[in-house]
Design a protein around this ligand. Structure first.
Ligand SMILES: [Zn+2]
Length: 490
């Protein structure tokens, strides 16, 4: 009875707090829902759980099966793809080789006949149905699993300071263009693609640890040294958590949103929190209000900068330059708008979210004085970097490919991926700012955010949206960048 009262109370807060912006409660209606009960075994670094998935067929196709991405299997021994580039491997696997995976022991439901682990690299859970699901029809399935975390400073794994549960739950593939989109893991970028859903999670872990997670905690019970939290996360693109027995927490409210900073070593924690708060306020003002009640910024074991999850971002605790650390905070928070609320296939069009996130980060420095960086410096550095990158590749390889719409696995090197998505992506939006004026570009971004909130977009959606707002034919401009025809010379 207590939980029901708490739930009702929180629902009232949702209505009153978010009534003026995007309506989260309305968005949460009719979404697929994951209801999971999870238990963490600290000694073995395993997470055992069961999960019910309530699925509604919103496609126009009749479905004979459901498919889920199971990302933990990318971390298993003998997987087809390394999860980290060779250059970063030693640093991330700081204790040597270590493996993780997900073992699914049971999948059942009134309409479930069997299940299998398949895909190109044991990356897919396929659930066969007894009778097909027609458009608009629903079904529920339940599964049991044990997830093993590897010892790695990564989004999924445990390190010296934190235990990171990123992309760990089986997550429905996106059904698009008449088929389930199966995502293959890659060390380049963020190889993920998902639709917003509701998550109701009950999580048990040792009570001496502190938990950061997506969503809002509705209830905490402590019994015989075990803490059990009940978490609700409506209309989010994924669900992530971080545990640590070393965390301290500070928080501050901005525009009705509670920004929390979980840290273990950061001596500048007050400044870090302040930067996070300024980032939320800046992006609320520029693009439209963040529609959730909380955002957790987490100093974590993560060897490649930072990582975005809905309502939660990881900031790597080995970033030794504090200016860079703050920039990563701003970048990951910008992803709450470009990835979190407006989603895209990050394996096919990484520039859509990364390029716009980098540009948003540059805008943050334009709007907030007092940092050791300016918008002009960031753009100037990016131009110089693209020139050097183009010249080095042309000289060494004989040609340079700066086309942007490529699958993660089609970038020949990690550098090619980074320059063609982050750097070139940011310069694309800077070029658009020069073409349209900042005022018109911000109007484009505001409309883009509102139109595609809680949905997924393609480059064509972005171009059409910007054209509608600006009343200009922008396709030639976008195409010259996307096709890699812009020449970077000094
Ligand atoms: Zn990013």
């Amino acid at each position: 009875m207590k939980k029901i009262i708490v739930c009702f109370f929180v629902a009232l807060i949702f209505v009153s707090t978010w009534g003026c912006g995007l309506n989260l409660e309305k968005e949460a209606e009719n979404l697929n829902t994951y209801t999971a009960s999870l238990e963490f075994d600290e000694e073995n670094h395993t997470l055992s759980g069961n999960m019910k998935v309530d699925f509604c067929n919103k496609s126009n196709s009749t479905l004979n099966e459901l498919k889920f991405n199971i990302y933990p299997n990318a971390f298993r021994e003998n997987s087809a793809q390394p999860v980290i580039s060779l250059a970063k491997s030693k640093e991330c696997y700081y204790n040597g080789e270590s493996y993780g995976n997900i073992e699914i022991s049971k999948v059942q439901g009134a309409n479930t006949s069997s299940f299998e682990i398949c895909g190109s690299d044991e990356n897919i859970l396929k659930v066969n149905l007894q009778s097909p699901i027609q458009p608009t029809q629903s079904t529920s399935i339940e599964m049991e699993f044990v997830i093993t975390l590897p010892n790695i400073s990564h989004r999924f794994g445990y390190g010296e300071n934190t235990i990171n549960f990123g992309n760990f739950l089986p997550t429905l593939c996106v059904f698009e263009n008449g088929k389930w989109q199966e995502i293959e893991y890659h060390s380049n970028g963020d190889p993920f693609y998902s639709e917003v859903a509701n998550y109701h999670i009950t999580f048990s872990y040792p009570e001496n640890m502190i938990l950061a997670s997506t969503g809002i905690c509705l209830d905490t019970q402590i019994f015989e040294g075990i803490a059990t939290k009940t978490i609700s996360a409506p209309a989010v693109r994924d669900f992530a958590m971080v545990l640590s027995d070393k965390f301290s927490v500070v928080s501050k409210e901005v525009d009705g949103i509670e920004v929390k900073y979980f840290y273990h070593s950061d001596l500048n924690f007050t400044t870090s929190l302040e930067t996070a708060v300024k980032a939320v306020a800046t992006f609320n003002n520029l693009f439209g209000k963040y529609p959730y009640g909380e955002l957790s910024v987490v100093e974590a074991n993560f060897c490649i900068g930072g990582m975005e999850f809905p309502n939660l971002v990881l900031i790597g605790d080995t970033i030794d330059n504090y200016d860079s650390y703050q920039m990563v905070i701003v970048h990951e928070i910008a992803h709450q708008w470009w990835y979190g609320v407006v989603g895209n296939n990050q394996t096919s069009y990484a520039w859509l979210d990364e390029g716009l996130t980098e540009f948003s980060t540059a805008l943050f420095y334009e709007k907030n004085a007092g940092y050791n960086l300016t918008y002009e410096q960031i753009i100037s550095n990016a131009n110089t970097n693209m020139q050097v990158f183009s010249k080095v590749f042309s000289d060494v390889v004989g040609k340079v490919d700066t086309s942007m719409n490529r699958n993660l696995s089609d970038f020949e090197t990690e550098n090619e991926y980074i320059y063609s998505t982050y750097v070139e992506g940011m310069l694309l939006f800077d070029g658009l700012k020069n073409l349209l004026s900042e005022k018109v570009l911000i109007k484009c971004l505001k409309n883009y955010f509102t139109t595609f909130a809680f949905k997924t977009v393609t480059p064509a959606d972005m171009i059409a949206s910007f054209e509608k707002t600006s009343s200009l034919n922008l396709e030639p401009f976008f195409n010259s960048w996307i096709q890699g025809k812009v020449v970077f010379t000094s």
